[in-house]
Write a protein that binds this ligand. Structure first.
Ligand SMILES: *Cc1c(COP(=O)(O)O)cnc(C)c1O
Length: 342
């Protein structure tokens, strides 16, 4: 049975063009720097994001962890939004791997107020840890794919520069943010010193993420990637799909956003379901189903019987994510299926 899979955009399978590119890829040993497909992907990524250099990494998590390790020293403190992916879903990695502690700030829709960030920066004092990094998430996953407005990004970066603290952007879905703002992605990336983005989500590549920054930063990051076991050999087979992702898939994300909006509108008209439409900006829809008197897990199990997959849990919060393989008729079928549960 073919399911309408709205659990995440990570479920996207590669396109035909990607499969052909993988089959025909030119490869070499990337640890020796000799994989032409990896080199090409990294050059393209650096150029698109307006940075000096890029590094292909195994996953978004590995990319974020490498960036935190590269920017900090053990014992330092990192400012993060309290529901960010780095603090929630990366297995406590920054404590274990980078040896840093987190200073968490509550954001509104996942977006931290620059004044709160500035207030969280530690003074120079023998007792205090050094604030050595600010992490932003754009789009913000748990907040429902929300985009950081450019003026907030700009003032955050100005504060960071004034205090001589680097900014890392977890831009797993930065191309969704750029699509929403209708600007080139480098206009977002210029307000951060390093950016991680995923090829494996809405861009449909099977594996991998990329980090970008200065040449010096990437040279140091490369060593941490090796340390974490991310020095792959003929990785060009993966890069070949990543190249197609950057060339073909970054410009079509508006379709996913329109489908998410359509889905959110349809679901929000169903009694018992509440959606904050202000947060439906990109490809994620977060629904509060408290009014349906069931948990997300029960809701997910019922939808599964109707051929639709969403992630369930013990909370009343259900997340739907649209992507390349979800067409308008799938969204319509989903709304009808939810209605039929009542
Ligand atoms: C998915 C995601 C990641 C990590 O990606 P993986 O490739 O699954 O490790 C990091 N940050 C955000 C915001 C994400 O949504």
């Amino acid at each position: 049975m073919k399911y309408i899979d709205l659990r995440s955009d990570t479920v996207t399978l590669p396109t035909k063009q990607m499969r052909d590119a993988i089959y025909n890829a030119q490869v070499g040993d990337d640890v020796y720097g000799e994989d032409p497909s990896i080199n090409r992907l990294e050059e393209m990524a650096a150029q698109m994001l307006g940075k000096e250099a890029a590094l292909f990494v195994t996953s978004g998590t590995q990319g974020n962890q490498i960036c935190v390790m590269t920017h900090t020293q053990p014992g330092d403190e990192v400012i993060l939004e309290e529901k960010s992916h780095i603090i929630t879903y990366e297995v406590g990695g920054i404590g274990r791997l980078a040896g840093v502690q987190a200073k968490l700030i509550a954001g509104k829709h996942g977006i931290m107020d620059p004044a709160d960030i500035e207030a969280a920066i530690r003074d120079e004092d023998i007792h205090l840890p050094k604030t050595s990094l600010i992490c932003l998430e754009n789009t913000h996953n748990r907040a429902g794919g929300t985009v950081i407005p450019l003026d907030i990004l700009k003032s955050t970066y100005e504060i960071a520069k004034r205090h001589d603290i680097p900014v890392h952007m977890d831009g797993a879905r930065i191309f969704n943010a750029a699509t929403y703002l209708n600007i080139p992605v480098k206009e977002i990336a210029k307000h951060a010193d390093s950016v991680m983005f995923c090829l494996s989500k809405g861009l449909c590549a099977p594996v991998g993420s990329v980090i970008v920054g200065t040449s010096d930063f990437i040279a140091r990051a490369r060593k941490f990637r090796k340390m974490l076991g991310g020095g792959m050999r003929q990785a060009g087979f993966l890069a070949a799909a990543g190249i197609v992702a950057l060339e073909k898939m970054t410009s079509r994300l508006a379709e996913d956003h329109e489908n998410a909006r359509f889905l959110a509108q349809g679901l929000s008209e169903i009694p018992g379901i509440t959606i904050d439409m202000d947060t439906v900006q990109t490809n994620i829809v977060i629904c509060d189903i408290s009014g349906l008197k069931m948990t997300a897990g029960e809701f997910a199990a019922k939808l599964y019987e109707k051929g639709i997959r969403v992630n369930g849990g013990s909370s009343p919060i259900v997340r739907f994510v649209t992507h390349y393989w979800i067409k308008r008729e799938d969204v319509e079928a989903t709304i009808e299926a939810v209605k039929s549960l009542l």
